[in-house]
Design a protein around this ligand. Structure first.
Ligand code: GLA
Length: 387
């Protein structure tokens, strides 16, 4: 009897907790991406030159390279997979993707998750079919294929919706995804228009782009990242500001510059979506993408988006508080030559003495008083934790 009553009380509490949770947050976002999503999206490396074989090979490379172990999970197909609609209006992949459910299954068998791409407009950015007037049908199709993630890109939607209808257009697909009952990460892509950070989570968004497409050069990459300055309060478990893909490995930046992108993205608690050819990357690219200390900063469970603490000309110091109580600090040198940079412990709220670990070197530097100084290469970063 006692056990039955206890069981009843437990079940009752669980129901109360569940209904409280579903009232507190859109169900789509709860629990899906408690830390920023990690994975691969080939857009910056391949554009429209993608097909089934390529996606399978990239998925396999995530596993064989060790990236999966490092936390990379989503294999996201971007634009250019779409074909025509059949006589019932169901979207068909084009001939480069002859068996979409088979491809999704293949990715799942690798222990990974599969993402797909569409637009609220009639056409995607590359001119393929969007989901306009087929939202529920497309969501149902994706769920049927086993899709786990949808990037929904504004593109041509401006030709059928006013800007003031943007939120409703995103909500429409959110409702459609909800109706499928399949948990699908919802990635809003509309380049930061209409202050999306203020309403993205309200339409079930798990992440939303904060600006235009990230470029494979240092200065423009930097702008994509620092665009997020001031948006800290909108990020947290389940909902992330998205400065776009990682260009690491694509050839337009030096290794130090790619380390800067990876470090800034991690301090920002940004999604880590590698966008290079993983089947053909150098050991250096792999090392930048998989450094466990750096990834731990990005994936910290508190989900705090870091912020710029200090800027003196081309020298910037960014900080992020971690669950452990330590503080991650990035000393970014944006000048044209190597330079000595120092962080003052008091200034960032760390006590007189701190234990310093260099995350790129993966080495403890020891105990320091008052400040830590390091020589930072041109366009590079020294990323440390202070404990
Ligand atoms: C837009 C997006 C990119 C990519 C392309 C695909 O430019 O911002 O990330 O998805 O469309 O056409």
């Amino acid at each position: 009897m006692k056990t039955t009553l206890r069981g009843f009380a437990l079940a009752f509490s669980a129901i109360v907790l569940l209904s409280w949770l579903s009232a507190a947050a859109p169900a789509q976002s709860s629990g899906l991406v408690p830390t920023p999503p990690m994975g691969w999206n080939g857009w910056e490396a391949f554009g429209c030159k993608v097909d089934e074989q390529l996606v399978k090979a990239e998925a396999d490379a995530i596993v064989s390279s060790g990236m999966q172990k490092a936390g990379y999970l989503y294999v996201n197909l971007d634009d250019c997979w779409e074909g025509t609609r059949d006589s019932n209006g169901n979207i068909q992949p084009n001939s480069k993707f002859p068996d979409m459910p088979g491809l999704v299954k293949y990715v799942h068998n690798d222990g990974l998750k599969f993402g797909i791409y569409s637009s609220p407009g009639p056409k995607t950015c590359a001119g393929y079919l969007g989901s306009y007037k087929h939202e529920q049908q497309d969501a149902t199709t994706y769920a049927g294929w086993g899709v786990d993630y949808l990037k929904y890109d504004w593109c041509s939607a401006g030709s059928v919706y006013k800007s003031s209808q943007m939120k409703a257009a995103y909500d429409k697909m959110y409702q459609a995804l909800q109706n499928t009952s399949r948990p699908i990460v919802y990635s809003l892509c509309q380049y930061g228009l209409q202050n999306v950070w203020q309403w993205g989570a309200g339409v079930g968004g798990n992440l939303w782009r904060t600006g235009g497409d990230v470029k494979d050069n240092y200065d423009e990459m930097w702008v994509s990242g620092i665009d997020e300055y001031g948006l800290q309060s909108y990020a947290g478990p389940g909902q992330w500001n998205d400065p776009d893909l990682l260009q690491v490995g694509n050839g337009g930046m030096t290794a130090d510059e790619y380390r800067s992108q990876m470090a800034l993205w991690s301090l920002l608690a940004a999604p880590l979506l590698a966008s290079t050819d993983l089947t053909n990357m150098t050991q250096q690219t792999l090392a930048i993408l998989t450094n466990p200390d750096v990834i731990a900063v990005d994936q910290d469970s508190a989900g705090i988006q870091g912020s710029r603490y200090q800027q003196t000309g081309p020298f910037e110091i960014w900080t992020k508080s971690l669950t452990s109580g330590s503080t991650a600090v990035g000393l970014f040198n944006r000048s044209e030559g190597a330079s000595n940079m120092c962080v003052n412990f008091r200034g960032i709220g760390v006590g007189e003495t701190a234990w310093v670990r260099d995350l790129w070197a993966r080495e403890d530097r020891g105990s320091f008083q008052t400040q830590y100084c390091a020589n930072v290469p041109k366009h590079g970063v020294v990323l440390v934790t202070l404990n």
